[in-house]
Design a protein. Sequence first.
Length: 161
Amino acid sequence: MTTSPTLVWSPIPSASQEISQKSRSTAAFTLMEILIVLAILGLLVGLSVTKLGGVLDGARINTAKIFINDSMKAPLFTYKMQTGDFPTTEESLQALLVAPANKADRWQGPYLEVNGGKLPLDPWGEPYMYRFPGTHNKGSYDLWSKGPDKVDGNEDDIGNW
């Protein structure tokens, strides 16, 4: 018959138990270390959000430029070819969607595809401005956005001039 070793409980920890307890206590982070890491992460997030805001503003300006200089050019010139001239300031860009009363016989639109029958707004939620005859483009039309400040007639306006 073989005897199995007997386990004896001792209140005094063995050397291996002491080493494992010490390594566990030194492997943990202190509250101060955690707070420092959180502060650094907060600073990094704040910096990246600030930079992202500048990127979004640049994208809005580019979107307005593309709409004014590219997207609206074909509808306005098609309107001019079929009706004889650009829409007047009073007719506005709405003439691209609905025939003006004095040009209904020549109007073959709509010249602009829009959702819900409403003209698109600029990236800042404002209507695009239109004038014919133009003051910047003599003999043609002026089309512009009031820009980020939403105020007409200052240096941040985005136009086709």
